[in-house]
Design a protein around this ligand. Structure first.
Ligand code: FES
Length: 108
């Protein structure tokens, strides 16, 4: 789905790549990322949970949060912050643009 590359603006594929799914794993260069659709908004996150590395593509998304399937911490999809009671780092987020020619990821 993704073109090779690890920095800059990267074309991910057609805007309808989600089908009826909310979570779509993608590989960009050597990074395993997760595309997350929350309502009309799409964002990319790292795929491994920053707590103990669970695969967040097996979690669920709702109400502006991504929920980890292992210990059920959740992450704010605006700033990556973790739910109260946890003390590990925020989830890394990456901007996704929905353009007429498809989805574009920006890696800083
Ligand atoms: S591995 Fe995700 S909350 Fe523990």
């Amino acid at each position: 789905m993704a073109e090779p590359g690890c920095a800059g603006r990267i074309h991910l594929g057609p805007a309808d790549a989600f089908g009826d799914r909310a979570l779509v794993p993608v590989t960009v260069g050597r990074r395993s990322l997760l595309l997350v659709r929350d309502g009309e908004r799409i964002v990319a996150t790292e795929r491994a949970c920053p707590h103990e590395g669970a695969d967040l593509s097996l979690g669920r998304c709702g109400g502006g949060r991504l929920h980890c399937p292992r210990h059920l911490a959740s992450f704010n999809l605006r700033d990556g912050s973790v739910s109260p009671g946890w003390s590990f780092r925020p989830l890394r987020l990456f901007a996704v643009e929905v353009a007429p020619d498809g989805l574009w990821l920006t890696l800083g």
